[in-house]
Ligand binder design. Structure first.
Ligand SMILES: [Fe+2]
Length: 377
């Protein structure tokens, strides 16, 4: 057995957990000036911005600087701007409140605040050394798992770039299912598909270990069970999805994502297709590919899921298709509005995300990817 990873020092999973921020900050000995990084609307409109501000003030933070300009698929420009504000204001720690975008931006800002430069200086394969300001991450969707991961994904020049480092793992994650009561079901569906991609892809990564499989399989099981009722608004199942997305985040911390993400990035950058939805268009294809080309790993994953081996590929495809049907998500690239003329570009772009392709336990060839994309169309 062989694995290494970094986890947050604290994970608070509790309905109304955000109310525990003052205790958490004192437990972690965090004080001074805090920057609250969030998106442009949700935090303000839901009342959470005021609530967090007063909780932070109550917890002894000397001042709260609000940076609420993070857009979906956060741009390098926004992160650089946030970093500058954080440096100018001499911020001591950062709270990221939102979906993956806000949390990833918070991580990037925490690096820039401590070390300066531009976020592009830190893109993989660059290493990020300490110091990095402590980050507390509070997710408002059930998808990215960014609250527990060592990744921050930043868009620049129509590319997804990633900062990877154990030092950007949030010092604490607060998972408060109450926040999900506000989540529109369409976003819930997209983000749950992202979590499912993380859970499945993590298993077919070269670095996947026993522990990856434990987190992955449990996460996938919960997503399959809870997606329908959570989409229909049931709070308990939404809570389970939040837990499952965190597990999937821990899984990719131990290994990483593979070609589903590699293929999906272009659809998001070029066509604005939400990240999780873009992944969902290739998930069944990954299952088929791995059942054929990585059968040993595939059987092990199926065993963890408790699905009879010969049937596993079919059963998993049915489960994923049932989820898509329930949420009326497009089932093909064509249905998602992607023109046929783009198929070759999708392949070329995926190949340029070489990490996602080469780290698959059986890396697909260009011809394999062409066949996958053709089938996904
Ligand atoms: Fe993702």
């Amino acid at each position: 057995m062989n694995f290494r990873t970094a986890f947050p020092r604290r994970i608070v999973f509790e309905r109304s957990g955000v109310d525990k921020l003052p205790e958490l900050l004192s437990d972690l000995e965090l004080s001074g000036k805090v920057m609250l990084v969030t998106g442009r609307r949700f935090a303000r409109e839901s009342g959470y911005l005021d609530k967090l501000r007063s909780l932070l003030a109550k917890s002894g933070a000397s001042d709260v600087v609000v940076f609420d300009r993070v857009e979906p698929n956060p741009s390098a420009e926004t992160v650089n701007e946030g970093g500058e504000v954080a440096r100018r204001e001499k911020v001591d720690f950062v709270v990221g409140f939102g979906g993956g975008s806000a949390m990833d931006a918070a991580k990037g800002i925490a690096v820039l605040a401590a070390q300066g430069g531009e976020i592009s200086d830190y893109y993989y394969p660059a290493e990020v050394d300490p110091p990095v300001l402590p980050v507390i991450a509070i997710p408002t969707t059930c998808g990215t798992g960014s609250e527990v991961t060592r990744y921050a994904v930043i868009s620049e020049r129509s590319r997804k770039n990633v900062v990877v480092s154990d030092h950007i793992v949030p010092v604490a994650a607060v998972l408060d299912a109450g926040v999900l009561d506000h989540l529109p079901k369409e976003i819930l569906a997209h983000t749950a598909m992202d979590a499912l991609s993380h859970a499945i892809e993590a298993c077919f990564h070269v670095k996947a270990s026993e522990l990856t499989e434990v987190f992955s399989a449990e996460s996938a099981k919960l997503i399959f069970e809870s997606f329908g009722p959570a989409y229909d608004g049931d709070p308990e199942h939404r809570e389970k999805l939040l837990y499952a997305s965190m597990l999937a985040g821990l899984a990719i911390n131990l290994s990483g994502t593979v070609f589903v993400h590699g293929l999906g990035y272009y659809l998001t950058e070029k066509y604005g297709i939400p990240h999780g939805l873009a992944n969902s268009l290739f998930l069944v294809r990954l299952i088929e590919y791995c059942s054929e080309k990585a059968s040993e790993r595939f059987l092990s994953f199926c065993g963890r899921l408790g699905i009879e081996s010969e049937e596993c590929s079919k059963v998993l495809a049915e489960k994923i298709n049932a989820m898509r049907g329930h949420a009326e998500l497009p089932a093909s690239l064509r249905e998602a509005g992607i023109p046929e003329a783009e198929l070759q570009n999708i392949v070329e772009q995926a190949l340029s995300y070489s990490r996602n392709i080469e780290n698959c336990v059986k890396p697909p060839s260009k011809e394999d990817l062409e066949a996958i994309v053709r089938k996904a169309f």
